[in-house]
Write a new protein. Structure first.
Length: 232
């Protein structure tokens, strides 16, 4: 069982983030639990890479002195699995917003799907979703989007080292992606749909790896909290 000194000196906690939780909520819940367990007023806790509320999977959470390593972990390669839905788009590129357009899919073959993935492997230019937390002129992009304000978004270079469609079920494509920091899988879904001369959006996302850290070694927030010392 970990001691207070362990958490202060620095721990790396692998947490499997539940659906609908924000990364901020996960950090807050763990910080509160550690403070309660050891009857302390404060301790440093932070995460190494945000996951959207509609995504599940690996959050690397650092405590105490290990928070100094957060930038290092954030820069490491990431792996995701999930599902794209062909034939329709949403403003957020995922299920946060309603479908805004539909497109034909009759021309899309399994061969075309697999061939098209090759266009996205390597260093590519990608536009972040307007529904994202990136800041412009002191505001988050999603604040402009929700207010219905047009905003210019600049592309950024990201690197995708692996992109494969692992299963095709009608209009649903299951995938695996290995990519660099800053890659938006929602944008990949949107761009993939356009490359197929159709449309697509992200319906499911799970982060399975950050660097050497794997989600199969992660705990749910509840299991982590249960592992802490209990007050007598």
């Amino acid at each position: 069982m970990k001691t207070l000194d362990d958490f202060k000196n620095g721990q790396i906690l692998l947490i499997d983030k539940p659906l609908h939780w924000t990364s901020f909520q996960a950090v807050n819940k763990l910080r509160w639990a550690i403070k309660q367990a050891f009857s302390i007023k404060k301790i440093k806790v932070g995460h190494a890479g945000t996951l959207d509320p509609l995504a599940t999977g690996l959050l690397v959470i650092c405590t105490g002195k290990m928070t100094k390593q957060i930038n290092t972990f954030q820069g490491q390669e990431k792996e995701y699995t999930g599902t794209f839905v062909l034939g329709s788009t949403t403003p957020s590129f995922d299920l946060e917003t309603e479908i805004d357009a539909t497109f034909p899919t009759e021309h899309i073959s399994e061969y075309l799907i697999h061939e098209t993935t090759k266009q996205f492997i390597g260093k590519i230019e990608q536009f972040p979703p307007v529904f994202s937390a990136i800041k412009k002129d002191g505001k988050r992009l999603y604040e402009f989007a929700r207010a219905g304000e047009a905003v210019e978004i600049k592309s950024r270079q990201v690197e995708i080292t692996a992109f494969e469609i692992t299963e095709i079920k009608g209009s649903e494509l299951n995938f695996r992606v290995v990519c660099s920091k800053g890659t938006y899988i929602r944008s990949l879904a949107h761009d993939f749909g356009k490359a197929l001369n159709s449309g697509a959006h992200l319906s499911k996302l799970r982060r399975t790896r950050i660097g050497e850290f794997k989600v199969e070694n992660a705990l749910s927030p509840e299991d982590f909290i249960a592992s802490l010392p209990k007050k007598i």
